[in-house]
Design a protein around this ligand. Structure first.
Ligand code: ATP
Ligand code: MG
Length: 209
């Protein structure tokens, strides 16, 4: 049952989760049970008003935008790709940093129709519109590095941290598209209705970044 003034924080599964939990821990927000080995998706915390939910990265903007969660921790890439309707972005958390890049094999010589494989269709489209280049975007859901190797595409648009995965697959970075880090987001209506409780949390985050 929802208690009055309850705050739901949605965190991206995957890479952001670990660093996000460390940050929450520093703030004094701790889950009551260990998340390891648990299949739970919603966790009580030591603050009876705060609950954590773990969802897929791409679903965080949907939960927060619709007010099902009040606060979210999500990558800038995800906000750009999947939208930020009804969402405020009060803080850049400066964690889970990486970059959106354009990469290809070193000997890449595209034909008249340039093919780009990516999970980030909108980001890739925006990039090539800015460059005034017409391209065919091929949507993939993972392991983008494989696409140029097997001739599925000329280029990939993907997130890169150290560049090790690109290197290991013989790809090179052609251009850096934008920098990515995890953002603290809030639902706009929650901000109005639960102003105090949310402000306290934003201020606490601010002290640790
Ligand atoms: P799923 O695998 O469930 O489809 P996902 O692939 O988006 O989700 P992750 O790969 O864990 O999940 O990435 C989540 C977020 O982690 C990204 O949106 C991005 O903001 C951040 N991130 C930080 N470093 C990297 C990196 N090197 N590669 C990919 N994502 C990274
Ligand atoms: Mg992934």
């Amino acid at each position: 049952m929802k208690i009055k003034d309850e705050i739901i924080i949605a965190i991206s599964k995957g890479r952001i989760l670990e660093e996000g939990l460390v940050l929450l821990d520093q703030l004094g927000i701790k889950t009551l049970e260990s998340m390891q080995d648990s299949r739970k998706l919603i966790y009580d915390t030591n603050n009876e008003k705060i609950k954590l939910v773990i969802v897929r990265a791409a679903d965080v903007p949907t939960y927060v935008g619709n007010g099902a969660a009040d606060i979210g921790i999500v990558g800038k890439d995800t906000l750009i790709e999947y939208g930020s309707n009804n969402i405020y972005i009060p803080l850049d958390l400066n964690i889970s940093k990486c970059r959106m890049v354009l990469a290809s094999l070193p000997d890449c010589t595209p034909g008249p129709k340039i093919k780009v494989a990516t999970k980030y269709v909108k980001c890739a489209n925006n990039y090539f519109i800015k460059k005034k280049k017409q391209v065919d975007i091929i949507k993939l859901y993972g392991s983008m590095e494989l696409a140029p190797i097997l001739g599925l595409s000329d280029y990939i648009v993907d997130l890169v941290d150290s560049g090790e995965t690109l290197k290991a697959n013989g790809l090179k970075e052609i251009d850096s598209i934008f920098d990515v880090s995890a953002q603290l987001i809030t639902n706009k209506a929650s901000m109005k209705i639960k102003t105090k409780s949310i402000e306290v949390i934003i201020n606490a985050f601010e002290k640790f970044i």
